[in-house]
Design a protein around this ligand. Structure first.
Ligand code: PLP
Length: 405
């Protein structure tokens, strides 16, 4: 019954029944650490798992449960878990899927701190990893070892905006019984639902599009009920990176507008990407919505729209790229993404500064690359700001006429 409603409806209603909460329209914030038992026997039964009910908020909280049900539904999974950050989610999943001596196969690019976590797993626990373009079945097959216990994918890859065909990854992984984990942060479930393509676990930095307002750090994991229960009672419970009830409440609030926000992010990004291509200060624009993007066909196959993120290189050096950032007036210089405000950052010295230079170059994170998270402001104003900063960058005095009236 519940899954008959459309996505745009489920972001608002799923997992919440007001009659169970004093008819409160908005989901209540259960700001409590623990729960009282009517008597000692009830406590015994809850701990033994013989009676349903909350015990302690590291193990579960009613506000967090609403969020988890809603996210499970939106991603098309059976269950979900809320975490205190995207990285708490990533580490809980990787700790759950690996043990000493195992191997993780990773997409060519991953979030900077995920890269850091992979280094740490190798140094401390001898869990090795390889990176792969995952561009063909044979490429993936050739990188899978006897001890590969998980395939970890980001698509689009941050910040190079390369895409990976998830159906191809799933096909090869499942021949060998290896689970596929996808960090779906850049798309949100509105644009891409990896579980529907056969992937096994989805991770979000809910800090980004899920929250959408730049006021919360959080993470979410979605998958089968069995896997979620296992993580809840092991790497979530015992490492303890849970989400706070208040942050879950903020995410529930943010989720209500996810569909309308994503439509606007995508629509504006498309306009900005088209205008960037024509600007003389720009060397290259990387946007999956452009027909000359190398994986444009994959975008059309597995994403609803091309997303709100654009990467571009300017004709110039690192210093000139930084000057463009400094010349912006409305657009904020900040890492993170998916907020109402348009944000720009310099991956080589910011989000991907931890990645060794040689590997960064191999990934295509050049010193003149900038990453733009297109916000919800009027696209005309976003472009006006970008255009004036780029015009200043045209050292040879090029002037351009605004294309957007
Ligand atoms: C931000 C981000 C993370 C980490 O999430 P936090 O909420 O900052 O811990 C992981 N993956 C991607 C793709 C991200 O953008």
């Amino acid at each position: 019954m519940k899954d008959e409603k459309r996505f745009e409806t489920r972001v608002i209603h799923e997992g919440y029944e007001s009659t169970q909460h004093f008819d409160s329209l908005a989901p209540p914030l259960y700001q409590t650490s623990t729960y009282t038992f009517a008597n000692a026997k009830q406590g015994e039964h809850r701990f033994a798992g013989e009676e349903a009910g909350y015990i302690y908020s590291r193990l579960g909280n009613p506000t967090v449960s609403i969020l988890e049900q809603r996210m499970a539904s939106l991603e098309g999974g059976e269950g979900a878990l809320g975490f205190g950050s995207g990285m708490a989610a990533v580490s809980a999943v990787l700790f759950s899927l690996t043990k000493t001596g195992d191997h993780i196969l990773c997409s060519q690019g991953v979030y900077g701190c995920t890269f850091g976590l992979l280094q740490l797993l190798e140094e401390k626990f001898a869990i090795t990893h390889d990176f792969s373009s995952m561009s063909t079945e044979d490429e993936i097959r050739s990188r899978i070892h006897e001890n590969t216990s998980c395939i970890y994918v980001e698509t689009p890859i941050n910040p190079t905006m390369q895409l990976i065909d998830l159906e191809v990854v799933v096909k090869v992984a499942h021949e060998k019984g290896i689970p596929v984990v996808v960090d779906n942060t850049f798309c949100s479930p509105y644009l891409q639902r990896p579980l529907e393509l056969g992937c096994d676990i989805v991770i979000h930095s809910a800090t980004k599009y899920i929250g959408g307002h730049g006021d919360v750090i959080a993470g979410v994991v979605v998958g089968t009920q069995e896997k979620m229960s296992e993580i809840r009672m092991t790497t979530q419970k015992d490492i303890g990176g849970i989400i706070s009830p208040f942050d879950a409440w903020l995410l529930l609030r943010g989720l209500k507008t996810l569909a309308v926000r994503m439509d606007r992010h995508c629509e504006s990004a498309e306009k900005i990407a088209d205008l960037l291509v024509k600007h003389p200060a720009i060397e290259k624009v990387i946007y999956p919505g452009h027909s000359n993007h190398p994986q444009h066909a994959i975008m059309k196959k597995q994403m609803k729209k091309a997303g709100g993120m654009i990467s571009f290189t300017i004709k110039g050096s690192k210093e000139e790229a930084q000057k463009v950032m400094d010349d912006l007036q409305m657009i904020k210089i900040a890492v993170s993404l998916g907020d109402a405000e348009t944000l720009i950052q310099h991956p080589a010295t910011m989000t991907h500064a931890v990645v060794p230079e040689e590997y960064r170059m191999k990934m295509g994170i050049d010193d003149n690359l900038l990453r733009l998270s297109v916000g919800l402001e009027a696209p005309e104003d976003i472009w006006k700001d970008l255009e004036q900063a780029l015009n200043k960058a045209c050292s040879h005095g090029l002037t351009t006429v605004s294309e957007m009236k």
